[in-house]
Design a protein around this ligand. Structure first.
Ligand code: UD1
Length: 417
């Protein structure tokens, strides 16, 4: 396990370029299985979650070429629909996308319950109910699932919760089904639009992605395509928050600003000096008196749960009490126990947390309990006086391409060991 070591208190100046979105890439890569020809994906982030998906595709005998320029070439004509065992499936949550992709292409998938960060119980019942509605039967044997259909038939599906993973998985399972599928109460996240655009550029017939009602007319064949991964809004948001904490003029490039409106709105409310351009955001010098704010996590376009833990570290610098209401994941305040070790004044009460500032954070040894908790600790360590050692930093590398190099290039004193 790696550690990230940060000597805090440095002012950050310069430019940071955002990589391709993890949560898009981890769906687009398994989605390549549905294509009957070759796929080229561009702007694929070099993160360990992508390595884990590559391992699964290799196990399935797909042909993959990963280029230094961020392109990934995938041919699935050699695929063998093998069982995906615990060791491969548990590496990441997004391994669940192989369920929809293999079911959609071969009408069968055998795989273990997915892994991922421990931020809640993370069930997949909505995915499974949707597969059943399309005609699949599901057998569970411990952690192993066999999902099989003689024929997949379009259906009307209502999601009890607008789940990102279930919406994408059901698009995968329905894209080659016979007839029309309608997903109601679909998730509206930008990654869903990115996946629908990808499938449509292979010849799929999907409309309504980005709204609550997605319609999929099944097609028989999906041809080759070139597709670009959208910029990572969570990585971008993380660097915006880092800018708000430590900027001495920081420009963040390759952003789609409309994906970040809820965060930008909160940062302005905190009195962060932020200006938004067409595809970049500029954060001016940090002002001393940040205002406390209230944040409730919601599905897109609400405030993203994936930025809540990152913003919590900045809240320690506001004059007064900020609060967070986490409505998506039930176990997403682990980072606050680590922040406490650095001197933060926090109180946790069920799905709510209260952070009282302003606190001078002190460097110490802390533990990244999950990916975004780790990113929050990076923010805290950059702010803190002295040295912070972040243990279990491999979790951070799952989702942030070149985080150490990107921060060092703008003046941070940061190393990976
Ligand atoms: C995706 C993101 C993750 C983000 C989350 C919410 C990926 C790879 N990950 O995760 O970073 O935090 O969206 O924006 O894209 N639920 C059920 N049953 C299900 C599925 C989900 O009850 O079958 C519940 C979950 O327990 C959770 C909520 O729905 O409370 C959100 O889950 P979902 O949108 O599915 O998240 P993921 O797709 O796993």
């Amino acid at each position: 396990m790696h550690k990230i070591i940060i000597n805090g208190g440095k002012k950050l100046e310069g430019e940071i370029t955002i990589s391709g979105a993890k949560n898009s890439a981890v769906a687009l890569i398994p989605g390549a299985i549905l294509c009957d020809e070759k796929i080229t994906l561009a702007n694929v982030p070099n993160i360990s979650d992508v390595d884990a998906l590559e391992d699964i595709l290799t196990h399935l005998n797909a042909k993959i070429k990963r280029k230094k320029n961020g392109e990934l070439h995938i041919s699935s004509d050699t695929i063998k629909n093998r069982k995906i065992d615990k060791k491969l499936a548990k590496k990441l949550r997004a391994s669940y996308y192989f369920m929809g992709a293999l079911l959609g292409k071969y009408k069968k998938c055998e795989m273990c319950f997915p892994g991922g960060c421990s931020i809640g119980t993370r069930p997949i019942d909505l995915h499974l109910k949707g597969f059943e509605a399309l005609g699949a039967t599901i057998k569970e044997n411990g952690d192993m699932y066999t999902i099989e259909a003689e024929e997949l038939k379009g259906a009307r599906i209502y999601l009890d919760f607008a789940s990102v993973g279930a919406t994408i998985n059901l698009m995968f399972a329905a894209v080659k089904a016979e007839g029309t599928t309608v997903i109601n109460n679909a998730a509206k996240e930008p990654e869903i639009v990115n996946v629908a655009t990808y499938l449509n550029s292979m010849g799929a017939k999907i409309t309504g992605a980005g709204t609550k009602r997605i319609k999929i007319e099944g097609v028989k064949y999906l041809h080759s395509c070139f597709h670009e991964v959208i910029p990572d809004r969570i990585e971008a948001g993380t660097y915006e928050i880092i800018g708000a904490a430590c900027s001495n003029n920081l420009k963040i490039n390759n952003i789609i600003p409309e994906h970040l409106e809820s965060l930008n709105n909160k940062l302005r409310e905190m009195r962060v000096n932020i200006s938004v351009n067409d595809d970049s955001v500029y954060i001016g010098e940090r002002i001393k008196d940040l205002k406390p704010v209230s944040v409730t996590t919601e599905v897109y376009p609400g405030f993203p749960t994936d930025l809540q833990q990152v913003l919590a570290s900045l809240m320690t610098q506001a004059n007064g009490e900020s609060d967070i209401h986490e409505t998506i994941w039930e176990n997403r305040f682990q980072n606050l126990y680590e922040l406490k070790k650095m001197g933060a004044k926090v109180k946790i009460d069920g799905e709510r947390a209260y952070i009282k500032g302003k606190t001078e954070l002190k460097g110490t040894e802390v533990y990244a309990t999950d990916l975004r908790a780790g990113a929050g600790l990076v923010v805290a360590a950059l702010l803190a006086e002295g040295t912070t050692i972040i243990d279990n930093a491999d979790l951070i590398l799952r989702g942030y391409e070149g985080i150490v190099e990107k921060l060092r290039a703008v003046g941070a004193d940061i190393t990976l060991k």
